[in-house]
Structure formats: C-alpha cells, structure tokens
Ligand binder design. Structure first.
Ligand code: ASP
Length: 454
C-alpha cells in the first residue's frame, strides 16, 4: 500500500484534478490519498488557503467577507463542473464555509485555523467525488474522526503520539476503498481544528504512511525531482536520484522547499521510503529519500541557501575560561522566547544565529540590554541581512578538501564569508554571507563542486 500526497499546484483546477485521478487509479497500490487545498493556477493567482485566511481575517475584524467567500466557492465549483461531478459538492462547501465563518471564535487563532483547514477539507471531499465519478470506490475521511491528534499550537501544531495507533486502522479501510484524507490539519484532544505550519500537508502524508506502515510515501509536486541546487539560481542544476533522510532534512531546513522539513522524521522512524515525483510526469522515478546511501556513492548531494538570518555577536576576553558563559547567554534568549539556529564560537567570542523575524527591534533591545548588564562582555553587536549557504552530503565525512574548494570558489567569486560552521555530524558545511551575495555564492560553489571533475 502506498500513500500519495498531492500538493496545491497539482490540484489547482479541473484538468489537474483529472490528472491526479489518473495517477491514483493507474497504480493499484495507491490507496491512501492526501490532498492540499487548490493552489495557484498561474503566477498571479491566489491559493485557496490564502483566500481563506483573508476571509477569516475579515470576519475577525468585522469586515465583509462575502466577496472572498465567493472566490473560494468559485474555485471549487470550477473543479466540480469541469469534471462533470454531479454530487452538488460546491453547494455543500459553501454551506460549510458559511457555518465556519459565522461560528463563534474560541480564540482568533483557533478561528483562523478552522478556516485555513477548510481548503484541504473541502478539496478532499471533491477529490473523493471525482474518483467516484470515474467509477471507483472512494471515501473522504475526516482527520478528527480518524484520530489525528495534534497539540493546541494553532498554525504550528505538532503530532501527539497516540495518533499513530488511532490512524493504523486506516489501512483496513483503504483496502476496501480509496481513502482521500485532507492534509494540513488535525484536532486537539478537546476537538478543536488545528493546523500544521504552512505546507503541512506533506507532514500529514508522512504520518499516515508511518501509521499504516506503507510500502512507500509518494509526494507528488510540480517538479521532476529534487535538484542539487535551486533551479531558479542554477538553471541547469542536476536532479538528485537518491538522497538520505538526513541530507534532505538539512537541505529542507535551508530553503529546499520541495518537501516540508517536518515531513521527513515520521517516515524515517517507520522505515518508509519517500519519493518526490512530478504530477505531470508520474512515469519518472523522481527522487528517492532513503535511510542510507549505497557505499561509494555521493559526496555532496546539494547546496541550499536561505536568507533572513541575523547574528548576535558577543566577545569577551578569556571567555574560554569562564564556566557557564554560553548557558547564561542562551538563557537570556530563552527568557525572551527566542529559538536560536546555530552557535559558532571562538576562544573569546560566540555568535548566535537567529531568524531575523524572531529578533524584533524590541527583543533586540531587551537582549542587548541584558547582555550588557549581566555578562560583562567587551563587545556585542547584531548584524542583519545574513544568508546561510549549506553544502550537504553524507559522503563529505570521507572526502578531503571540499571545504577548501568551496571557500576557494567563494573567494574567486568575490564573496566575503561572514561565518563558517561545519555541523558536528560532518554532513553539512555552512557559510554565512551577506544576503546580497547569496545567489552568487550558490552558483560559485555549485560550479566548483558539481561541474568540475575534481
Ligand atoms: N494549503 C496549505 C498551504 O498553502 C498546506 C499545504 O498546501 O500543504 O500552506
């Protein structure tokens, strides 16, 4: 049994949903289908999830939401009519959305999630109907009733472990008929709808694949495979055939947006291989995400980059001899509710890398104030506009000279390295550069490591 997940662009209109039905029915093993909400049909289009967010925000602030609701219903009606489904689903969807929009909010966050989740929920009903219209037995399954339990962290929920046992029964159900399961949301133990972070349908797919012990988790998207670098930066980037879970996690973290970074662990734990495949070319194998490489294959598999970071730099003479300095510094961040990303350090200095959006001007002032008052440092500074470049590959552990080649390439391209860090696992190497240098840096390292033979 395979679990297949289809992203928003794969379900954006009637023709796309038709293609998805062909893919599902084209392989008898595809019994559990996880769907996103309809995505963009063109560059200027708006995702259904974003329309729903606007509806919710308007309702919360007492502004009119009819127009916005109409736009959502039209998206679903367009798919229903385009596929010739005669079940009156769009009417049902409109009633459901009106009920959600006029319900009494428990909290603004809970209300927003209730609306956000409706895109996936309605789409799953529609896709199940589309499969039935083709004469297949297919049924929509409600995540709340199926037992997908999540923490009450609205917009950022995490899985509660009892979900696996609750969802295991879906295997039997999927043996009898194709199960269409909405991605992106579940319910809290007290029954409120709650969503994962954006792009979270990938996570739902991975959880289901683990719960039913699927033979594979197929993640269908709009690209042929995962590429060794972002094709918008390196147009001729090579496709990756095989990548390990750990490598994929590192690359997703630093900007590879093909698969949500939290979608990897549930599948890894259950030993389910993940395939990233193209909805428009399902015959291609795509990228396989595996527990480990075959011996002798692959050194560097990919280069990712992501902007939006900042560094908090502190220096203090004889820091290396001061017991507890790092803990005290990090405690200040913890007290301010700040999660940090990396902590490269030297003998007398330490940098903490954070997301720029997390370190607001107000928090920056509070943090610097406390460091000044409590840690007796010689110097401290916050530098914004930092991008991280990650060079990732398990085989780097055994290969000599990769850092030298990468830094040499950056020097030749005139990119100043602000900071360097090699993860303790030696699976990734990280370079901090100015955001303006990000793309140039990725191209330079790519050319050096992928286009030269040694
Ligand atoms: N529809 C949601 C989003 O746009 C979740 C998803 O597509 O995975 O983020």
């Amino acid at each position: 049994m395979k679990v297949c997940k289809f992203g928003g662009t794969s379900l954006a209109d009637a023709a796309a949903v038709g293609t998805v039905c062909d893919i599902v029915t084209g392989d008898a093993g595809r019994r559990l289908v996880v769907v996103s909400a309809p995505g963009k049909r063109s560059g200027s289009d708006v995702k259904v999830t974003d329309l729903l967010i606007t509806c919710a925000q308007n309702a919360l602030t007492g502004q009119p939401w009819e127009e916005c609701l109409k736009a959502v219903v039209e998206r679903f009606a367009g798919i229903e009519n385009g596929l010739g489904i005669r079940e009156g689903i769009a009417g049902e969807i409109e009633r459901e959305l009106r009920a959600r929009l006029t319900s009494k909010p428990v909290s603004p966050e809970a209300f927003l999630d209730l609306l956000k989740a409706a895109g996936e929920d309605c789409n799953a009903k529609l896709v199940a109907a589309a499969l039935r219209a083709r004469g297949r037995e297919a049924a929509y399954v409600d995540p709340g009733q199926a037992g997908l339990r999540l923490t009450a962290e609205f917009g950022n929920a995490q899985l509660l472990p009892e979900s696996y046992a609750n969802l295991a029964g879906l295997r039997r159900e999927a043996e009898a008929r194709i199960v269409v399961f909405p991605g992106f949301f579940g319910t809290t133990p007290d029954g409120q709808v709650v969503t994962f972070p954006r792009g979270g349908s990938d996570i739902t797919g991975a959880i289901l694949a683990a719960a039913v012990q699927a033979e594979a988790y197929e993640n269908f998207t709009d690209v042929d495979s995962v590429f060794a670098a972002d094709p918008r930066i390196v147009p001729n980037a090579k496709p990756i055939d095989e990548i390990t879970f750990r490598e994929m996690r590192e690359l997703s973290y630093a900007g590879f947006s093909v698969l949500h970074e939290e979608a990897i662990l549930p599948a890894v734990r259950a030993g389910v291989p993940i395939f990233v495949k193209n909805t428009n070319r399902p015959e291609l194998r795509g990228t396989k995400i595996v527990p480990q490489h075959r011996p002798g294959t692959s050194r560097v598999v990919g280069i990712a980059s992501s902007g939006g970071f900042c560094t908090l730099y502190v220096s203090k003479y004889l820091m290396n001899r001061e017991v507890g300095f790092g803990r005290r510094l990090l405690q200040i961040l913890e007290d301010e509710g700040l999660s940090f990303e990396h902590t490269p350090s030297g003998i007398d200095n330490m940098s903490v890398i954070l997301r720029e959006t997390a370190l607001t001007a107000h928090k920056e002032q509070a943090v610097l104030g406390r460091i000044g008052a409590e840690l007796n440092v010689n110097d401290m500074e916050v530098e914004r506009g930092l991008a991280l470049i990650m060079v990732v590959g398990e085989g780097m552990r055994y290969a000599v000279g990769i850092a030298a080649r990468a830094t040499g390439a950056l020097a030749k391209a005139g990119v100043n390295i602000e900071m360097m860090n090699q993860g303790s696992s030696e699976i990734s190497m990280m370079f901090g550069v100015k955001s303006a240098d990000r793309e140039r840096a990725v191209r330079a390292i790519y050319e050096e490591l992928f286009e030269k033979t040694s």
